[in-house]
Design a protein around this ligand. Sequence first.
Ligand SMILES: Nc1ncnc2c1ncn2[C@@H]1O[C@H](COP(=O)(O)OP(=O)(O)O)[C@@H](O)[C@H]1O
Ligand SMILES: [Mg+2]
Length: 404
Amino acid sequence: MNVALSSPVLVGRDDLLALASRRLAAAAEGGGELLFLAGEAGIGKTRLLGEVVRRARELGFTVVTAAASPGDAEIAAGLLGDLAGELGREPGTAGVGSRIAARLAAGGGDDGDSDRQRRLLVGDVSDLLESLGADRTLIALEDLHWADDVTLDVLGRLGRRAGTLKLLVVGTYRSDELYPRVPMRAWRTRLLTQRQAEEARLGRLSRADTAALSAAITGSALPGTVAEEVYARSDGIPLHVEEFVAAVGGMPDTLADAVLSRAEQLSREARSLAGVASVLGRSFDLDLLTAITGEGPAAVDDGLRELTERFFVQPRPDRVRYDFRHALIRDALYADLTPHRRRYLHARAAAAAVAAGFSPVFVSDQFERAAMPAGNWIGVVDLSVPRRALKALTIRACRVRAVV
Ligand SMILES: Nc1ncnc2c1ncn2[C@@H]1O[C@H](COP(=O)(O)OP(=O)(O)O)[C@@H](O)[C@H]1O
Ligand SMILES: [Mg+2]
């Protein structure tokens, strides 16, 4: 069975949409702000943000989006670098994007630098971003629980200034990821208590909304007992509703079981590819994946097509990077790898990433997960990467570094 997993309609978020629309309307008139969308994984932050983005475009806003990833907290201004790259794609904002990129390249945010240098960097970058607020602009940032300190400082400053600008900054974060040492925890509390930001919380769906979501996914109302069971198992978390509704062969106990029951329906090749991709993280690079599998490009293309059709992954517009449909889907597939297979795949990923010049943070993370000290891998890993795959990879890794 290959049901469409997502609901075509947004269920049960009318109040939050109304709030976001009011904030967009105010920003359009020069009274912007910093708005947080907070909630647990799978609750619908990304989906809601997508709707806010759509409405902003209707109102003539320029929209720029970027997302933090695991490990970003250790890269000073990492998310701002991505944001600069995104600004660079639009003719209207390319100038600001390249000035931010140049300012970041000039430095000042690294740990060894003085506080003063860092303050100057934060000031300069936020001034540049503020200049976008002369015209209607929405900056949408995902997964701030992984953001670094410099990025958060810049956003905090924007929050203080946005009130007189045509600038709405919307940031999402996972409320279940705000551990004591995550940089944004204290930052969030400070901004909220000083009223420099507003937080909108996404709660779990009610029983009726869960039934409406299930019906919207399958195209017809579920029988009462099934609907009741989906509600009981999913706790009204939309991602869980999707996976439980699509689960095959009886109602699974957990989200991971539901994901794995769907994965069992895949061809052997696609199932294996999903496991390999999961070691690279929520997002992965096509050529890096190809290099690790050792399979030819055609086999990897076939596998990714199947994984896309079955809603495990989705390609980015450039079709060079892919994302798992949700981080929790990746987590379920990753947890299902045997310990030795996982370490072996991480070792191959580390070796291929070194050869292609991927960022040191990514490489050392892969080494760590392979349980191998960095620098000790030569001769241990039989890489056997096809030369052509490695060449494409190296070229792109250089390009990525050149942009940041
Ligand atoms: N209100 C909603 N109505 C319909 N589908 C939803 C809703 N909220 C979330 N979803 C779906 O649930 C899944 C998880 O939502 P997502 O926005 O990715 O969660 P989060 O970003 O909070 O982790 C997505 O497939 C999304 O389309
Ligand atoms: Mg999300």
